[in-house]
Write a protein that binds this ligand. Structure first.
Ligand code: NDP
Length: 295
């Protein structure tokens, strides 16, 4: 391996520590800590794990956690009522509705019902539009975490060629907009792109957000490039437990790249750190305070 291994776990821990410090100062000033409400509908085991992790991280960041667990049978109207109540609750600075929602519920409608000032996931169309327009808003946590790692690794991204593979609303598109805002030259690749390997070979920065295990091979990587692997894929193993791999063939790519994120321990921990950061920022904006520095 020649590439530097980008330690997302360590970066995330450092951010969470700074968030905790700033959250404690916020509480001293205003008489209450920043608050994050989570809403979990149904019993999807992966979603339950994510929500538990987010609640734990919230408490560790000296913030208040309000957990709402609802049965899968809840109606859309009841869920919208809860979102409305959380919008009106002064103690709540951030609202996170864990996706996916049960099929009977219109996800877009629920996301659109969240107060954009409390939309710490950055999924509300207003926040997505603000990102597109280069205006201040709340940005989706995963791409924000990727950008943080890239800037820590590379400093200025100006003029670099960046290729984002994947164009989902929650990762690929906001990632491309963030890179553009940092003056990278951005290519968005997707399932219809022709000769993906050749596109990736041009890139100084590769962000893979596809959901296909080890699709990006070592010989696609330009020597010295920085590779951010968003993918989380479980592949079968002989012991039946399965193993997590990214969208990039790590060993091959690490032999060529300048720096690369591992899976797990790369982008994943940064997503939760950015959720804490977004909640802190939302709390400051709602209170009319200046933004916390260095976050
Ligand atoms: P989506 O399924 O919403 O999007 C996948 C994207 O990949 C689509 O734009 C699709 O293109 C593109 N794609 C699919 N096949 C190919 C291919 N053969 N060549 C090029 N592009 C292709 O996924 P998400 O964006 O939600 O997630 C992507 C990955 O990131 C998943 O593994 C997910 O688990 C992981 N993830 C990790 C997070 C973290 O915290 N680390 C958070 C969120 C996601 P098209 O649009 O043409 O269909």
């Amino acid at each position: 391996m020649t590439a530097r291994r980008i330690d997302g776990k360590a970066s995330a821990a450092a951010i969470r520590e700074r968030v905790a410090q700033s959250a404690a100062e916020f509480a001293d000033r205003i008489g209450r800590p920043p608050g994050l409400a989570t809403v979990l509908v149904g019993e999807d085991p992966a979603s339950a794990v994510y929500v538990r992790m987010k609640g734990k991280a919230t408490a560790e960041a000296s913030m208040a956690s309000f957990a709402h667990v609802l049965p899968a049978t809840i109606s859309e109207a009841e869920l919208l009522d809860l979102v409305g109540a959380l919008n009106d609750d002064e103690r709540v600075d951030g609202i996170l509705v864990q996706l996916p929602l049960p099929k009977a519920i219109d996800t877009e409608k629920v996301i659109a019902a969240i107060d954009p000032a409390k939309d710490v996931d950055g999924f509300h169309p207003l926040n997505q539009g603000r990102l597109f327009a280069g205006l201040e808003g709340l940005v989706a946590c995963t791409p924000l975490g990727c950008l943080h790692l890239l800037k820590a690794e590379l400093g200025s991204l100006a003029g670099l060629d960046a290729v984002v593979i994947g164009r989902s609303n929650i990762v690929g598109k906001p990632m491309a907009m963030l890179l553009l805002s940092e003056n990278a030259t951005v290519t968005m690749a997707h399932s219809k792109s022709r000769d993906l390997a050749a596109i990736v070979r041009r890139a100084d920065i590769v962000v893979a957000a596809v959901g296909r295990p080890e699709m990006v091979r070592g010989d696609w990587i330009k020597p010295g490039a920085t590779v951010i692997d968003v993918g989380i894929n479980r592949i079968p193993t002989d012991d039946g437990k399965g193993r997590l791999v990214g969208d990039v063939a790590f060993d091959e790519a690490a032999a060529v790249a300048g720096a690369i994120t591992p899976v797990p321990g790369g982008v994943g921990p940064m997503t939760i750190a950015m959720l804490m950061r977004n909640t802190l920022v939302a709390a400051h904006r709602r209170a009319g305070f200046a933004e916390p520095e260095d976050l």
